[in-house]
Design a protein around this ligand. Structure first.
Ligand SMILES: *[C@@H]1O[C@H](CO)[C@@H](O)[C@H](O)[C@H]1NC(C)=O
Ligand SMILES: *[C@@H]1O[C@H](CO)[C@@H](O)[C@H](O)[C@H]1NC(C)=O
Ligand SMILES: *[C@@H]1O[C@H](CO)[C@@H](O)[C@H](O)[C@H]1NC(C)=O
Ligand SMILES: *[C@@H]1O[C@H](CO)[C@@H](O)[C@H](O)[C@H]1NC(C)=O
Ligand SMILES: *[C@@H]1O[C@H](CO)[C@@H](O)[C@H](O)[C@H]1NC(C)=O
Length: 332
């Protein structure tokens, strides 16, 4: 396992023995230290080959998650990763790690109702952590979207058992593994809601959460105040209100939005950046669905617009050294 130990050595350098609960991805961007470093996260979801895999320098994010891992199938980028040769995976990982970027696996999605389908939570967790370990990935992002189980309350017990097993397996296989969740914003409203209780309970195990502030038909979080400070609704909360309700620090709650204009809840990078400036809300980074591998400029331009307009980074430029290109420079 020469390669696995090389990865561990690399990540040890990157994260410098930071305890899991402090990690938050803040150390992997190569810029000044501090736990308030913004997090730049996105996904690959397409079927890819080594030849079509975007080069790390073209991807304007410090954390990438490969979507398509399901409890019963491997699809999209996660399936493609497993299909690559070990040498190809090694070359791609080296490219990403050289620029301080992580590659992780994103699990579930809307086609994998694991709780409703009565999948055993510990078996699913074991299978997922084994996938991350077998293929040398830097951790996992959990895109649990079993709406019926959240509505019935069954999700709490399932997620609690799943999380306990996943967290302990990941720590055993890679102490530097990064574990995040990407819940939908609709699930945070009252203190006894499933996701409010769950995320409170696991907060110290989780690097950060990407909250999908999309659109559920009646609410879309495209207004700055709605998104970042106060919604004025008892059914839908802003990022700050979710932080207050859950106790999860606002610096580790990352706004996730879709990039395409035709996707519900879309906001332009410029408008999102302006929202941080207008409300004075702490800029914690962004999570974007998703990088189009056929034109990485689209997601780069979006995130660049966010950073330029958020006022967090003067003279910000995406130049050659991506470690310093991700809007992590100070605003001084
Ligand atoms: C990837 O995501 C885009 C945007 O949501 C979607 O249009 C496309 O169908 C997805 N591709 C796959 C293979 O899932
Ligand atoms: C992986 O390879 C298998 C076998 O060739 C193929 O059936 C599957 O479609 C591939 N999956 C992806 C996501 O590339
Ligand atoms: C998952 O559950 C949702 C409702 O909660 C349903 O709309 C969707 O079709 C289900 N997906 C599958 C693949 O069964
Ligand atoms: C968001 O919702 C508001 C109010 O319903 C609506 O005016 C606006 O067009 C929606 N925006 C998007 C991008 O869907
Ligand atoms: C992407 O942006 C770069 C730098 O601005 C430019 O040289 C390149 O032509 C663009 N590629 C596409 C596909 O637009």
């Amino acid at each position: 396992m020469l390669f696995a130990s090389a990865v561990t050595t690399f990540l040890s350098l990157v994260v410098a023995a930071t305890p899991l609960e402090d990690r938050g991805g803040h150390k992997s961007n190569g810029c000044s230290s501090g736990s308030d470093q913004p997090i730049f996260h996105s996904f690959f979801n397409n079927t890819l080959t080594q030849a079509t895999w975007p080069a790390a320098k073209d991807v304007a994010f410090s954390h990438l998650s490969l979507a398509g891992w399901r409890s019963d199938a491997l699809r999209g980028a996660a399936g493609s990763w497993a299909n690559l040769t070990a040498d190809a995976r090694s070359a791609i990982l080296k490219d990403y790690h050289r620029l301080g970027k992580t590659l992780r696996v994103s699990a579930f999605g809307q086609n994998d109702n694991v709780t409703t389908n009565a999948n055993d939570p510990e078996e699913v967790a074991a299978s997922l952590s084994k996938f991350a370990a077998d293929y040398n990935l830097d951790g996992v992002d959990i895109n649990y979207e079993d709406f019926a189980a959240v509505a019935s309350g069954a999700a709490f017990d399932w997620l609690s058992k799943f999380h306990a097993k996943l967290h302990s397996d990941l720590e055993a296989s890679n102490p530097h593994a990064v574990l995040t969740y990407s819940p939908v914003a609709d699930w945070f409203a009252k203190k006894d809601d499933v996701w409010v209780r769950f995320i409170q309970a696991v907060e110290s195990d989780v690097a950060w959460i990407n909250i999908q502030f999309y659109d559920d038909g009646s609410f879309n979080w495209t207004d700055c105040t709605q998104l970042l400070t106060k919604t004025g609704s008892s059914s839908y909360l802003s990022r700050q209100e979710i932080a207050d309700l859950t106790g999860f620090p606002v610096t580790r709650i990352v706004v996730q939005k879709p990039r395409q204009e035709n996707q519900a809840g879309f906001i332009s990078g410029t408008d999102l950046g302006k929202c941080f400036k207008a409300t004075g809300a702490q800029f914690s980074g962004v999570s974007l669905w998703r990088v189009d591998p056929t034109n990485t400029n689209l997601s780069r331009d979006w995130v660049n617009d966010v950073v330029e307009n958020a006022g967090v980074c003067k003279n910000h430029k995406f130049a050659k050294n991506a470690q310093h290109d991700l809007g992590i420079c100070t605003s001084s």
